[in-house]
Write a protein that binds this ligand. Structure first.
Ligand code: APR
Ligand code: ZN
Length: 247
């Protein structure tokens, strides 16, 4: 990645920005070794999203879905945040209003040190009871190979992630919209931007006048709407941008 590919105007824009929003997807965790969903090697090319990431799928085959999330949790626990996550956390030290709005459930932004994170699709390290909604930390059932039962009411326990067709956590989405409208610069990092309503977030930012910066290894559905489209790995591009800011 040479400096030439990062436009000077972007660096100037960033230097005068007050509030920055990072809208991230699975691509930012790819360099940590976590599979993305679409594109080359994506999970949904080999497995059925309907079967594994929907409430119906869970009710049809609870132990299969539970086991798949146990596998993904183990995978996440064995990975580390990469330079992309860490650079975003660094931004918080130099800009007074930085928000991470992530579609990811892998907890890597938090582990990288970001503190202002809105998780649109939940968090794989949390579970809750279908009946009484009691939350349970991932440690509680770390070895369970079958759907555990709630200690309070005997109900079925499920991962606290948003499945296809489910509502996003209302308060979280509304807050993400609010921060998008407030943002001066909105980064769109490692997402195919095809899943709604999450993909509305950068659009709301644009409509409110934010500068949109896409970082992806290939063009996406949203590339034609952004002000800057940087083709490259987020774990390389983000540190490069940070370095050019000379903070
Ligand atoms: N750097 C930057 N971008 C990358 C990298 C990388 N190293 N590797 C892959 N990408 C890009 C891909 O080109 C693709 O555009 O990341 C994007 C990943 O897209 P998806 O796999 O569709 O993931 P995402 O956009 O987060 O999916 C949204 O769909 O399955 C649901 O709930 C799930 O949150 C997920 C949602
Ligand atoms: Zn319960």
């Amino acid at each position: 990645m040479n400096k030439m590919e990062i436009p000077k105007e972007l660096i100037e824009k960033l230097k005068s920005a007050k509030s920055i929003l990072f809208f991230t997807g699975a691509g930012i965790s790819a360099e940590s070794g976590i599979d993305t969903f679409r594109g080359k090697g994506g999970l949904w090319n080999k497995m059925s999203a309907q079967e594994l990431a929907s409430f119906d799928g869970f009710m049809k085959n609870p132990n299969l879905v539970w086991e798949w999330y146990q596998y993904r949790r183990k995978n996440v626990r064995e990975t580390e945040p990469n330079a992309g996550h860490k650079t975003i956390a660094e931004f918080e030290k130099y800009f007074n209003d930085v928000t991470v709005v992530t579609q990811n459930v892998d907890n890597l932004h938090k582990r990288a040190g970001s503190t202002n994170i809105l998780e649109l699709h939940g968090n794989i390290e949390r579970n809750f009871c279908l009946d009484c909604k009691t939350f349970y930390d991932v440690e509680k059932f770390i070895e369970a190979h079958e759907v555990p039962k709630c200690e309070k009411c005997g109900g079925m326990i499920r991962p606290d992630v948003v499945w296809f067709g489910e509502m996003l956590p209302q308060g979280v989405f509304a807050e993400a919209e609010r921060k998008a409208i407030e943002s001066d610069v909105c980064f769109i990092v490692g997402t195919s931007a095809v899943v709604y309503p999450a993909a509305y977030i950068p659009i709301s930012a644009k409509e409110a006048g934010a500068t949109l910066v896409e970082i992806n290894i290939e063009p996406t559905n949203i590339s034609h709407q952004v002000d800057f489209s940087i083709i490259g790995k987020s774990g390389e591009v983000l540190p490069q941008i940070f370095e050019m800011l000379e903070l």
